[in-house]
Design a protein around this ligand. Structure first.
Ligand SMILES: [Zn+2]
Ligand SMILES: [Zn+2]
Ligand SMILES: [Zn+2]
Length: 166
């Protein structure tokens, strides 16, 4: 199992997450001979500003604020699509929002653990669960293309901060 829940759902120094994400993105682009243009890199950084998924409009607004001028939506969408295509970010369908992938170097099927209180979303990939899902699809003669599993709940930080009355 690979997971970033220990980081995403706990207080931590987030600059390390951003550094790691940018380092991995640069590695992947170099390896695949892709161009990480300044807009693509900036959009990736914006998405990695936290562990809360961001919608395209939010990304566009932040980008416009940084560049001090409005950005054409196609520019933002092209950058988002590039990052999606190469596994550097994922879409969280129920939120129609994007989140940075903490392990873009590995082939994985994701499960998102979404905190309903703070919005922080962790990503997990678990082979035993993937195996079960594959066998379910096999039995239904269903050809699985994309797997999007989202679980909603309360993260450890938010559970801790809730004061239960005596
Ligand atoms: Zn972080
Ligand atoms: Zn991922
Ligand atoms: Zn939370």
């Amino acid at each position: 199992m690979i997971s970033n829940s220990r980081v995403a759902h706990h207080p931590h120094s987030h600059s390390r997450c951003i550094d790691a994400a940018l380092r991995q993105a640069k590695q992947i682009c170099k390896l695949k001979k892709l161009r990480l243009t300044s807009t693509r890199e900036l959009v990736l950084k914006i998405i990695w500003q936290g562990h809360r998924p961001l919608g395209a409009y939010q990304i566009q607004d932040i980008l416009a604020a940084i560049n001090r001028k409005s950005i054409a939506p196609p520019t933002v969408y092209r950058a988002i699509n590039f990052l999606l295509l190469h596994g550097l970010i994922h879409k969280v369908p129920s939120l129609n929002a994007f989140i940075g992938c903490p392990f873009p170097n590995s082939v994985h099927s994701n499960i998102f653990l979404i905190c309903q209180d703070c919005g922080n979303t962790a990503e997990i990939s678990d082979n035993s669960l993937n195996k079960i899902l594959r066998s379910v699809c096999d039995r239904a003669q269903f050809r699985l293309k994309t797997q999007n599993i989202e679980l909603s709940g309360t993260c450890p930080s938010c559970s801790k901060s809730t004061n239960f009355p005596d």
